[in-house]
Ligand binder design. Structure first.
Ligand SMILES: [Fe+2]
Ligand SMILES: [Fe+2]
Length: 281
């Protein structure tokens, strides 16, 4: 079964709201204008309410309440607002339990948020890539979204077969998925994002996050790959066998990162823990 056949076979995943699709297209265009982004958020009442709720949560410890989107941007900066908005927009899609992966409610969401934070941080310190950290944040957030679809197809026999390949033959999780199902969560994510009209930059990152594109220059998939591995390293690993990932050391080199940078990225995940906690509630 290929990715498109699988998506057609399982219950449809509700697409994100129109404003989130528009926002992701604006971010993907690399010349997103802050005012235009604020306008998209302001036109979406649910999104605005969620955003103000998050801004006023204990995680941000603001001195006075934030009552408008403009005020929120002034206090937290437009980049933080982008991140809060896309997180709020994808939260309901990524928060659910996925029985096909033995993932409990909130676990994929936590992994996705940590990957997003690290991906943005990688973009800020990597030497060989020029990608806006907000775009990297979004790519990190949705990198495993294919699991939401593939989970429905993984019956008990398939889950057992995948587990055995990982345990006995040292397959990685994606290799085992491809062997047993005929496709994997990265390919399913790629097809899903394409059907939603998300930009090519994000689709590339999701499609290749386990086999990052490094030539002629590292692509966004390299950033997400490194961020995903770090998220696993710090214990944000959702579901059974999720440790079965293979780190591509060449991705680290291609991004111009050294061991000190990796140490810094691992340490910085602790700083984001409070914000991630506030998102998951
Ligand atoms: Fe993945
Ligand atoms: Fe992941």
């Amino acid at each position: 079964m290929n990715a498109a056949e699988l998506i057609a076979k399982v219950p449809a995943l509700p697409p994100p709201s129109a404003s989130i699709i528009r926002l992701s297209q604006m971010l993907g265009s690399q010349n997103a204008d802050t005012h235009a982004i604020i306008e998209v958020v302001r036109q979406d009442g649910v999104m605005s309410a969620k955003l103000l709720g998050r801004c006023n949560s204990a995680a941000y410890a603001l001195r006075s309440p934030v009552n408008s989107i403009e005020h929120a941007v002034m206090v937290l900066g437009h980049r933080e607002i982008h991140n809060l908005v896309v997180s709020a927009g994808f939260g309901s899609l990524l928060n659910s339990a996925l029985s096909g992966y033995a993932i409990s409610e909130g676990d994929l969401w936590r992994h996705s948020l940590i990957t997003a934070h690290v991906a943005a941080a990688v973009c800020r310190i990597a030497k060989n890539i020029e990608i806006d950290p907000s775009v990297a944040y979004m790519a990190g957030l949705i990198h495993d979204i294919g699991k939401n679809v593939l989970s429905h197809a993984l019956d008990q026999d398939m889950q057992t077969a995948i587990h055995e390949l990982i345990q006995r033959q040292k397959y990685t999780f994606v290799e085992a998925e491809a062997q047993i199902v005929g496709t994997d969560h990265a390919a399913v994510g790629k097809t899903l994002l394409h059907s939603w009209g998300l930009p090519e930059l994000l689709i590339e990152a999701v499609a290749n996050h386990h086999a990052p594109l490094l030539t002629p220059t590292p692509q966004l998939s390299a950033v997400v790959h490194v961020a995903d591995i770090i998220a696993h390293q710090v214990g944000a690993s959702p579901g059974r066998d999720s440790f079965a990932v293979r780190a591509n050391g060449d991705a680290v080199t291609a991004l111009g990162l050294g061991l000190n940078d990796i140490d810094f990225l691992i340490a910085s995940t602790a700083d984001d823990a409070q914000k991630v906690k506030a998102m998951i509630r």
